[in-house]
Design a protein around this ligand. Structure first.
Ligand SMILES: Nc1ncnc2c1ncn2[C@@H]1O[C@H](COP(=O)(O)OP(=O)(O)O)[C@@H](O)[C@H]1O
Ligand SMILES: [Mg+2]
Length: 259
């Protein structure tokens, strides 16, 4: 049975998609069977893996609305062991389109249940909002990973995210747990980033992964090649950092008894 992990933060541009793609690629590389679900209408997880935008019939949108099955919409990628359930632009209207649906918080969870034995990990790249799409992702997840960009306002909004996670635990998914926080876009030339790191570690202690992901041009250019950084420049500091983060993820899960 797959372990389901969401990457969430209602702030945009903090590294959710980058972290989801690169942890997915790292896990696939160590021969884990991985499904990456892109639930953000911008579809960056799909483009970052080399796909052009999917039509809504071939996307998670149809799965949420009940007009398509998850199996028929899963794509194989250029990376062995890595599959993708893509997003489409129509997802932008999904919040409204789902208003009248029954069990609307559980649509993704119920779809995932039908395929969870095919994967070791199912990773969900969330949109920068705490609406119905993120609720679906978190209701379907065992764990959430929170990427935090190393900038002055890193912790802004985190309290709101934590309150949302608590609300989801209470209402829809009692097993949901925070696996960890990842510090992204770390620039050691800036004194500020060290101060932000200290602040985050002081506040959240061992919930923060040891590895910090550096700001690295290889990471930012990899999506334009349609590749995770691991397959764009394996030796880059960015690729190596994400491999270490993925190892920490596996270790954190092992500590919880999940192999
Ligand atoms: N460590 C990094 N170094 C350099 N650029 C990065 C890094 N992480 C992310 N980026 C770039 O920052 C932008 C935002 O990242 P993204 O993962 O799309 O954030 P989110 O999904 O939270 O909106 C993207 O253009 C991405 O390529
Ligand atoms: Mg994103």
């Amino acid at each position: 049975m797959a372990t389901v992990i969401s990457f969430a933060n209602q702030k945009g541009g903090v590294g959710k998609t980058t972290t989801a793609i690169n942890i997915a690629a790292s896990l696939a590389t160590i021969k884990k069977r991985v499904l990456l679900i892109d639930i953000d209408s911008q579809g960056n997880a799909g483009t970052g893996l080399g796909f052009v935008r999917a039509s809504h019939k071939q996307s998670v949108y149809g799965v949420l609305l009940g007009t398509a099955t998850i199996t028929e919409n899963i794509l194989t990628t250029a990376i062995p062991n890595l599959h993708l359930l893509p997003a489409s632009a129509k997802l932008a209207g999904a919040e409204l389109d789902m208003l009248d649906l029954e069990n609307r918080e559980y649509r993704l969870r119920d779809a995932i249940k039908t395929i969870e034995n095919n994967y070791d990990y199912i990773l969900i790249d969330c949109p920068p909002a705490l609406g119905m799409l993120t609720i679906n992702a978190l209701s379907a997840s065992d764990y959430v990973i929170i990427p935090l960009q190393c900038e002055f306002f890193a912790l802004e909004g985190v309290q709101q995210l934590l309150s949302t996670i608590t609300a989801i635990q209470q209402k829809w998914n009692p097993k949901l747990d925070i696996l960890g926080m990842v510090l992204t876009m770390y620039d050691k030339k800036l004194g500020l980033t060290k101060a932000v790191e200290d602040d985050v570690r002081e506040t959240f202690g061992n919930k923060v992964f040891q590895t910090v992901v550096p700001r690295n041009v290889r990471i930012s250019e990899a999506p334009s090649y349609g590749k995770p950084v691991l397959f764009h420049d394996f030796k880059s500091s960015g690729a190596q950092a994400y491999l270490r983060v993925a190892t920490e993820v596996v270790n954190a899960l092992e500590q919880k008894g999940i192999k």
